[in-house]
Each structure stands twice: as C-alpha cells, then as structure tokens.
Design a protein. Structure first.
Length: 365
C-alpha cells in the first residue's frame, strides 16, 4: 500500500490477532483504530484535521493489520466520519476487508445540545436514528455500516422504538450488526429482551470505558457482556492519557497534555500514580513502554475483544501496536491487582461468600 505525501512511519511488525465479535460471525482486529481525534472541536481532543495526516495514520494502521475502525457522528459533528471515510478510500484495501463502526445518539447541533431548539437532532428516536444513519453513510462514503452502535441510553425514547428502528436498518441493508456503548446492565437486558420478543437482531458488542486504573466494568458489566454474547470494545484504554507515562507524582502535568484541558475519565489519581510506578518498573524489565503494558493488560482480560487506540502521531500509533505480544507473569498481575483491583460490592461479595460450598463440591467432583 502506498501512502500519501511522503515517507511512511516505521511500524510494528508483530502479528495481529483477529477475534470474534461477541456472539456473531464477524471477526475484528484486536486493536481498533479510533478516529475521535479526527476533526476539530470535540472537547479539544480532535486535532487531526488535515486529510494527509489522517491518511498517514489510517494507512499505517492498515499496514500493521488493523481492520477495525471506530468513529461516531458526534465526533467533531461529522468531521471524523468524513475524514476517516476518505482515508479508507485513499488506501488500496478493499472495502470488504475493513470493519467500520460508528455511533448514533449525540446532539448534532448546539441548539439540540442546549435544549433550545432542533429538538429531534439528538437521541434514539426512530426519526433521529434514520436521519443519522443516512448522514453517516454519506459522510463515510459507503453503502453500509458494519457495526452501528447506540452511543448511550436515551431516557426519553421508548426502548421498543429504538430497537425497532435499528432492526429496520438491518433489514434495509444499511447496517450489518448492532452494538451499544455506555449502557448499564439493566439497559442491555431490556434492549435484548425487546429484540428477542420482536424477533429482531440483538446487540453483539459493548463499547465501554475500561483501563488498569478504571475497573468499574468488572462489577457487573463484564459478566453480563460475556453471558449475553457482547464482545467488549474498550474506549480510553490509557485512562485519558494518564497511562502514557507523562503524568508523574509530584510533577506538573505536561503543558498542552490532554488532561490539562479535558480531565476525563475520572480516576483515583493516587492509585493511578502507584500503578504508573509499578508499570514503569515492569516496562524497564521487559523492554516495553508503559502504554504497551497498559494495553496488553486489557487485551488479556476476560470478555475483551478489541481495544480502541486513538492517536495523533505515527510514533504513538507504532508504540501502541507494540502491545500485542506483551505477556505478564502471575506475580506481575498480582502486583497490579493489589494496586487497582476494585472492591467487591454488594451483592457480589455475598454471591462470592455463598458460592464457596458449591465451588468446593465442583472442585472435588
């Protein structure tokens, strides 16, 4: 594949693993390229606004075996979809060899976001889903979306209306598979129950925040995703940049770094500093980097299908791709768990307690 505008970056030559996405027949690369950084104006994160720069990143990812690309209509209000779609068309990779994922739910105008007008340009109503899907197809320059994800719960629209509209998109051939992002357990169960009752397609993926220093997903959502057949796609695997190694205890945050302008997602910074220090020691021993270890830890977690990396520079992309071959010893995992494992909440700790007698019987049988 030839890139646009000059020399290509040096890339990791490590093999890419392709994993089944939930309880579907679709396979995706274990590393997913996230295009949230494409465009301008999305919480100060979108900074790759030139097509040539985007092409370099997308083509480099393709060269490394990445086949899975994630965006959303709300990322820079459509700019991300437009730039990503053009980058994929500018490559030599056939359309059928890539999996394009995008999302719907967010407000697509200031008036809709502020509730001062344009009231139907947000949410998961049939009207907004249909209009948004057509607009995303046009911006991406494709005739179908491989994975169409709802970007969060809509407390106004009945779930029956949302699931019916999504099922219709699948029947029309505009969408191949359905996914969900930022849903609670009860939302997933209600949505899939409606799909089962009405004979419609179920969700096959859950895109959620998960990181070494953000493990809330382990309370209920991982078990639910595995049991319900949803492959987990991880967003913000480096905890909003905190696990890049740039943030250190008793040091000022780097000027211009992401968390200085957008301190998200929330983390316990003292625990996070402890985790960074532990990763630093492991990285030195392994000849790896802190981001590689943080990503590798996720790739080896139960239920995780793909980890989404959003980079602005080829060097960052190359470093992140180097996570795929990294392995941990049992002692190293125990060290990290001692720092970051979440406390068991009720009823989980009671379930654990009451299950001991049954586990003992199973072990001796």
């Amino acid at each position: 594949m030839t890139g646009l505008g000059g020399e290509r970056p040096t890339l990791s030559t490590m093999p890419m693993e392709y994993r089944q996405l939930g309880r579907s027949g679709l396979k995706v690369s274990e590393i997913c390229f996230g295009a949230m950084t494409f465009g301008e104006g999305f919480y100060g994160i979108g900074e790759v606004s030139d097509q040539e720069g985007a092409d370099r990143l997308v083509h480099a990812a393709l060269d490394a075996g990445v086949t899975f690309f994630d965006t959303a209509d709300v990322y820079s209000r459509g700019q991300s979809e437009t730039i990503l779609g053009q980058s994929l068309r500018n490559s030599s990779v056939p359309r059928e060899q890539v999996v394009i994922a995008t999302k719907v739910r967010g407000s697509m105008s200031d008036a809709a976001a502020q509730g001062t007008g344009d009231v139907n340009n947000v949410g998961l109503s049939r009207s907004h889903i249909f209009d948004s899907c057509d607009a995303s197809l046009k911006r991406l320059g494709v005739d179908h979306i491989d994975l169409y994800q709802v970007h969060g719960w809509d407390p106004v629209t009945p779930i029956e209306e949302t699931m019916g509209a999504l099922a219709d998109l699948v029947r029309m051939g505009k969408v191949r598979y359905l996914g969900v992002s930022n849903y609670a357990v009860r939302h997933i169960m209600r949505a899939n129950a409606v799909a089962d009752r009405d004979g419609g397609p179920r969700f096959v993926s859950l895109q959620a925040y998960y990181s070494l220093v953000g493990r809330d997903l382990e309370h209920e959502l991982i078990d639910t995703a595995v049991e319900e057949g949803l492959g987990i796609m991880v967003w913000s695997p480096l905890a909003g940049g905190f696990l890049t190694g740039k943030y250190r205890r008793a040091q000022d945050d780097p000027e211009g770094s992401r968390r200085t302008t957008f301190d998200f997602p929330p983390i316990d910074k003292e625990k996070a500093y402890d985790a960074v220090e532990a990763l630093d020691a492991m990285a030195e021993a392994k000849g790896a980097t802190i981001p590689q270890l943080a990503l590798a830890w996720l790739l080896q977690r139960r239920g995780v299908t793909s980890v989404i990396i959003g980079t602005k520079k080829p060097a960052q992309l190359d470093d992140n791709l180097g996570a795929t071959p990294v392995a941990f010893t049992a002692d190293e995992l125990a060290t990290l768990d001692a720092i970051t494992a979440p406390e068991r909440l009720y009823p989980q700790w009671m379930v654990d307690r009451q299950s001991r007698d049954r586990q003992a019987v199973s072990a001796s049988a």
